[in-house]
Design a protein around this ligand. Structure first.
Ligand code: GLC
Ligand code: MG
Length: 375
């Protein structure tokens, strides 16, 4: 059995399993603000001990352009094509779960399904009793009022997640909490798993709301959020007390941050939020701001650019002065992804992360291994 959770040595504090389209990603929000808020929250307080799982109807082919269009973090696991493909990783380095592939291929003849469905443009599944052993074992899922998926009976988002939970249990790494998040019909299965918290975002589709009303509306572990998409997910983190639920993006003034919220990850996220606001000239140009950043970073800390160039971190901070306002009036956003912390001394950490920038819809990535952080 493949070790799927090598990044964490023990059980995840939280496994967050989210659908993408109209759940984590709001296609009606061109500024992606609630997704960016979620990103800052996740990298600050969850990335180091929790698992992010995307569960989408998209195939690897249609998932890729979404990653290029929207500021999505890199998940630990990506469940694609409505629970028929499980991949470890979620960036350019995805590894398929072969056991899941094998399991689904058993007694599944796709050619027959295609032939059958082609004959009946308005397919209606027959009653359970009519599904005999030598008829096809299929599952049909209706989503977003438009998509009809015909899948092997053992597939689907819920079954794929159940399979992962079983593997985690076997490895003695069953997450302490699991939160599932969705908006449409193909997400319903996620909500029927035992022992999970669930959030339907406020903008959930009619078919999911109806399923919810008929099946789980009295379950206190389920929430129909009042907020849309990623903001609804953040709302659920607070509602179920699963961890911090105030995104660093919602702090207007970082100097007023509560000390107990501080961690090396949080400091790095805050640093780049400051950098974004500084370049958009949303904070006034003052030398005091720049000097206040320095004590957070070790005086001998080094910033390693992906090109290999190394710079003293304090020199990088000084060079911010020249960037003030260069993105003023632009749609300029930054986010940190895959933040990894390694403690290298009693109060010093090595922090590795990918830093992304989006400016008027053009994006850049900077894989950074920067500095020592002083606690
Ligand atoms: C996504 C997929 C599509 C699927 C739908 C609903 O849009 O691209 O194939 O039918 O999700 O699951
Ligand atoms: Mg969706």
């Amino acid at each position: 059995m493949m070790n799927m959770n090598c990044r964490l040595n023990g059980p995840a504090r939280l496994m967050l399993v989210s659908d993408l389209d109209y759940t984590l990603v709001d296609h009606d929000a061109p500024d992606n603000l609630s997704l960016l808020k979620f990103n800052a929250l996740w990298e600050s307080y969850y990335r180091h001990d929790s698992l992010l799982v995307f569960s989408t109807g998209r195939s690897p082919i249609t998932y890729k352009p979404l990653r290029n269009q929207k500021p999505l973090l890199t998940p630990d696991i990506t469940i694609m094509s409505v629970g028929t493909e499980i991949m470890y990783g979620g960036g350019t380095d995805m590894i398929p779960d072969l056991g899941w592939q094998q399991f689904l291929s058993h007694r599944w003849d796709r050619a027959v399904v295609v032939e059958e469905t082609n004959q009946f443009p308005q397919l209606t599944p027959q009653a359970e009793g009519e599904q005999r052993p030598h008829k096809l074992d299929v599952k049909i899922i209706y989503s977003s009022g438009i998509a009809l998926d015909v899948l092997p009976k053992g597939a689907g988002k819920g079954q794929a997640l159940a399979y992962l939970l079983k593997k985690f249990k076997f490895e003695e790494k069953l997450p302490h909490n699991t939160l599932v998040c969705g908006d449409s019909g193909n997400d319903a299965e996620l909500f029927s798993l035992p022992q999970v918290y669930g959030v339907m975002v406020s903008n959930a589709q009619e078919e999911l709301l109806q399923w919810y009303a008929e099946n789980v509306s009295d379950n206190p572990n389920m929430l129909h959020a009042t907020e849309r998409c990623a903001a609804g997910i953040i709302q659920a983190l607070g509602h179920f007390h699963l961890g911090p639920n105030v995104s660093p993006r919602d702090f207007k003034d970082f100097r007023k941050c509560k000390v107990e919220m501080s961690s090396p990850a949080h400091e790095v996220v805050k640093f780049f939020l400051f950098y974004e606001r500084w370049r958009r000239a949303e904070v006034e140009k003052s030398e005091e701001y720049i000097q206040n950043l320095k004590p957070v970073f070790h005086s001998l800390g080094i910033f390693v650019h992906p090109s290999g160039v190394e710079l003293p971190i304090h020199q990088c901070i000084d060079s911010l002065a020249g960037l003030h306002g260069d993105k003023q009036g632009k749609q300029f956003w930054t986010w940190v992804d895959r933040l990894l912390l390694v403690q290298i001394g009693s109060n010093a950490w090595l922090v590795k992360f990918n830093k992304w920038e989006l400016c008027d819809n053009e994006r850049q990535c900077c894989l950074t291994s920067p500095d020592e952080f002083e606690g």
